[in-house]
Design a protein around this ligand. Structure first.
Ligand SMILES: Nc1ncnc2c1ncn2[C@@H]1O[C@H](COP(=O)(O)OP(=O)(O)OP(=O)(O)O)[C@@H](O)[C@H]1O
Length: 454
């Protein structure tokens, strides 16, 4: 469905005063504004007209904001929805984000805040008229740094330029890559991911570019590589820092020319793809050390993006905790598990070096070990004591020394976890909520003694 008016907004609220105030405020921006006093009236309007944005109250006498959102989605997947929830009603907000709301704001709403959120939708829609805002559902969070990254990603999605996402492990880089793909013109075409660190070095070239029959021992049939499989769509090169130096020139040419040869063939293959690369190691430092080609780095980073670490996303730990409780405990069986303030305080006080992945793994464990009960401080302590009892943190480690550089803390945290698991990297990676390849990278990056942690 196409928009009949590029800047039309529907306001849904049962309070006439709020409808009028918002109408006046939005109209000042030149937007065409309509209002509805409840879910039924809103549904009728949505059936007859396309809106770019719907701003809806959550609780209304004839239904709730999620009903309005469902009606909006049914008519047009491009309509963004901002929900207004009662103060402190985090479960509502989580439900809203999961169902695909573009944003939510807590009442009483400040007009500046609402106008800012609405303007963001208008800017994004102007840039990406076909973007489907429902893809925002899996990226939970509303910290300003995260929203800024999403806004940049949404803008990147409207172009065909290659993207480099540089961020810490577990912050959602792969999620962001899918978000860009889903919001782009390529969304109906393949999204193919290759983890450069997980594929053995000698197989990476054929994995990426394919091979001819008989190109090497064991190549009994010809095979297309990921570049070909992604044709028309998006290719994610995860952990690009692990790309072997000897393969980098071929990758550079494939990026520049969109053309390459399968291993063992001379015929060139042409593809039409967008490449998104991600890394959690400092690529520019690798360039300086001669471990990564600078021309390749600049070619990949046409649009550089970052994602904030969880410790820099004030308020998001709580939002994510509710999201994970909802995801891991409810599973359609009865009401969602309750979470105490004490539990949230404990979560907030912890620094999460493994970011959202670590928090998600922790919440999964807590939900499965404490089913059906309200999660409180003792649930948190039990799970953490389970880890720290056996941990012997070296006395010299500045673990909780305020002001110590984050990298120093991270190194110490890794080291003590590895000590706890007696050098078992897989187990340590799982506890920290990071992937085994990230663990390997970190051990290398921090120069932790290899034999001790082999
Ligand atoms: N904002 C978020 N909302 C919901 N889930 C999230 C969010 N960010 C990350 N996750 C979840 O956390 C896990 C890690 O995310 P992802 O794999 O995208 O991170 P990454 O930065 O690519 O990690 P790595 O560098 O270790 O590969 C996934 O299960 C993902 O679904």
């Amino acid at each position: 469905m196409t928009f009949t008016n590029p800047s039309s907004v529907l306001i849904v609220d049962d309070e006439a005063g709020i409808r009028t105030a918002l109408r006046v405020s939005f109209a000042r921006n030149g937007w065409a504004v309509e209002t509805a006093s409840g879910v039924n009236e809103a549904t009728q309007l949505l059936e007859n007209k396309d809106f770019q944005l719907v701003v809806s109250d959550m609780r209304m006498p004839d239904g709730d904001g999620l009903d309005v959102m469902r009606s909006a989605r049914k008519m047009s997947s491009s309509t963004a929805v901002i929900l207004l929830t009662a103060f402190g009603n985090v479960p509502d907000a989580v439900q809203a984000m999961r169902s695909g709301a573009f944003d939510y704001l807590t009442k009483p709403v400040s007009f500046e805040q609402l106008e800012e959120a609405a303007s963001r939708v208008m800017r994004a829609s102007a840039a990406a008229p076909r973007a489907d805002h429902s893809e925002a559902r899996s990226i939970v969070g509303r910290a300003p740094q995260l929203l800024r990254s999403l806004e940049r990603a949404r803008a990147a999605a409207t172009t065909d330029a290659d993207v480099l996402v540089e961020a810490e492990s577990g912050t959602g880089k792969e999620l962001l890559a899918r978000f860009i793909h889903d919001a782009s013109d390529r969304s109906r075409k393949p999204f193919i991911a290759v983890n450069c660190a997980a594929v053995p070095e000698h197989l990476l070239e054929s994995e990426l570019f394919g091979h001819a029959r008989g190109a090497f021992t064991g190549a009994t049939t010809a095979k297309a590589g990921k570049f070909e499989l992604a044709n028309g769509g998006t290719l994610l090169l995860d952990e690009i820092g692990d790309m072997p130096l000897n393969l980098q020139p071929k990758l550079l040419r494939a990026l520049q020319e969109r053309e390459f040869e399968r291993l063992g063939e001379t015929r060139s293959v042409k593809v039409d793809i967008r490449v998104i690369a991600t890394t959690n190691v400092n690529l520019s430092a690798m360039v300086e050390e001669g471990k990564f080609r600078s021309d390749l780095y600049y070619r990949l980073a046409v649009i550089p993006l970052t994602l904030p670490a969880l410790r820099d996303r004030a308020g998001d730990v709580e939002l994510l905790a509710h999201y994970f409780v909802d995801k891991f405990s409810a599973k359609g069986r009865g009401p969602a598990q309750r979470v105490s303030e004490e539990f949230i305080e404990r979560l907030n006080a912890h620094h999460w070096p493994g970011n959202v992945r670590e928090l998600g793994n922790f919440m999964r464990r807590v939900c499965s070990l404490h089913p059906g009960v309200e999660l409180d401080g003792s649930c948190f302590d039990q799970e953490f004591q389970g880890r720290s009892k056996v941990a012997s943190v070296p006395a010299s480690v500045p673990m909780f020394n305020p002001g110590a550089p984050i990298r120093q803390l991270e190194r110490a945290h890794l080291e003590s976890t590895l000590t706890m698991t007696q050098g078992n990297r897989t187990q340590a990676a799982e506890m920290l909520g990071i992937s085994i390849r990230t663990m390997r990278n970190r051990i290398r990056e921090y120069g932790l003694p290899p034999r001790r942690y082999a």
